[in-house]
Design a protein around this ligand. Sequence first.
Ligand code: F6R
Length: 614
Amino acid sequence: MCGIFGIITSENTEIGKIALDGIKRLEYRGYDSCGIVSHKDGQLFIKKDSGKIQEIQEKLTLDDLMGNIALAHTRWATHGAPIKKNSHPHLDCKGEIAVIHNGIIENFISLKKELLSKGHIFQSDTDTEIIPHLIEEYIKKGIDFQNSVIKTLKRCKGYGIVICYSKEPNFIIVARKESPIIIGIDRGKVSYCASDIPALLPYTRNIYILGDNELAILRPGEVKIFDIENEVKKIERPLKHVDWNIDAAEKGEYEHFMLKEIFEEPDALRKTLKIPENDLRLFAKELISAEHVYITAAGTSYHASLAGKYIITKFLGNYIQEIECSELENQLKDSLRDNSVIIAVSQSGETIDLIEAIRWARNAKKNVKILSLTNVVGSSITRYSNHTIITQAGPEIGVAATKTYTTQVFSLALIGLEIARERNILQKKEIELYYNALKSTPDVIENFLKKTNHSIEKIVDNLERNANYFFLARGISIATAKEGGLKLKEVACRFIEGYSAANAKHGPIALVRDGFPIIFIAPPDETYKRLIGNVMEFKARGGHIISIVVESDEIISDLSDTIIKIPQPANKYYNLFSPITFIPALQLLAYHAALAHGLDPDKPLNLAKTVTVH
Ligand code: F6R
């Protein structure tokens, strides 16, 4: 939440252009206001306003700022409405110290009171603004800039932050307590920092990941990292190489990232197939020897976990309990035992509720193991995990998760099959059939997307007359129904209930009237026969039935008003992986529904990717 970008070079240059490009690449983290401050010849120049980045650029020409330092910010409002005075950067009373910030400074009210009593004048309603004023207060006492920042940060909680001072033009300070910060160095001449990797891709793939409670001094082409609590101790941090391709973070020929990322699913899955066997084996062994297994995540990653739970449980022979990460502590505080394994799933690896959940579990029991699955190398979750698998979706810029969902389910399926192999519970031939089915999912999706994108537009036209609808399913497909429903809520602003088809008659069916749309997710698995009954129940009440079925399907197709066909064989090996092959249909439906409503599917209302607040 909130994108921050900083740059320092040794010469005055068109720094506004680079800073603007930096925050444009981070716009998925927040887009209700933005701003840039530059430093040139001992003075700070600031431009900021509310609105999307492009609107503000057109109004204020952010890109013509010159200088050797720039700090840029794109905001997702937490404290203070999304209006100009609350947009970042924020300054001290004299306009000499500038700060951009991501996170929430939980103790800001008492600090603000203290500063007000000392005569500081605040311009905004934000928590952030206390930081430049507190630094100013220490500088007034004769403490140098760096130590004033350290003293300030020791008193605050909840930040990823970048700070510059007009009287110290040769360095900027970057620090982190919880919210992510990445640092990049380009050819020894320029240093960058950002809240996420895509902003740095045009300049460098060699990055440092700042840890919690760490502070870095960035000079042009040079970085020194320190521990905030023990500032004399310099931290040696190895450079990490990011092999993401810059094209993956550009829209290219597509109108929106969401559509591009749906079409990238086949390749992302093919790459995910290359997860090292050793990592899979390690996960499998930990899970086999665990007494209790939990799987936890938020949002889309939670739905992937739900699908993964069905697949892994099938081969593990031990029940896996899925728990929303924000509820993990509440649910397990009286029952978590040693020898439990928690699988933590997160695209960003930075979701604060998830990080707190696994930190809590590790502190609660010494022998609890955390196995994490994330898309981002070096993200926070990896630091609190015993082992990590990196899914290979590449950068995902669209706020609504698409390719990262399918790669998560795919990775969990690979773990499931590795467990089957380790436990020796199936004939070799049968394991091969499952593997072949899983390996064919990218081809199934590729064929589906080629054939079906345009016909989904037509289905959307028919649905537009209705405000609400249900997505119903049984068994593993409940994950698909819930995830499909979430996508439509997010990008098309529709109220969709993704629900168990069986449970829907215990209440939700009361809503059904003539023409009420109900989408059934109906792979030909062991739940199919009972789902036929559910389709009939809703049809009998006038429901408009849309079903997602495999190509050879007959019975549910005959009962449906509209059919979406998935080109995959109808057998149990393929059916197990239907959460991967069926979801693109619903992702496309959400995408086209957003367009039909005149909404930007890449920037859903009120949302931001990477939720770093509670
Ligand atoms: C929905 C979406 C969110 C995320 C959730 C968890 O499209 O993207 O629901 O899935 O915020 O984020 P990660 O996976 O980064 O932990």
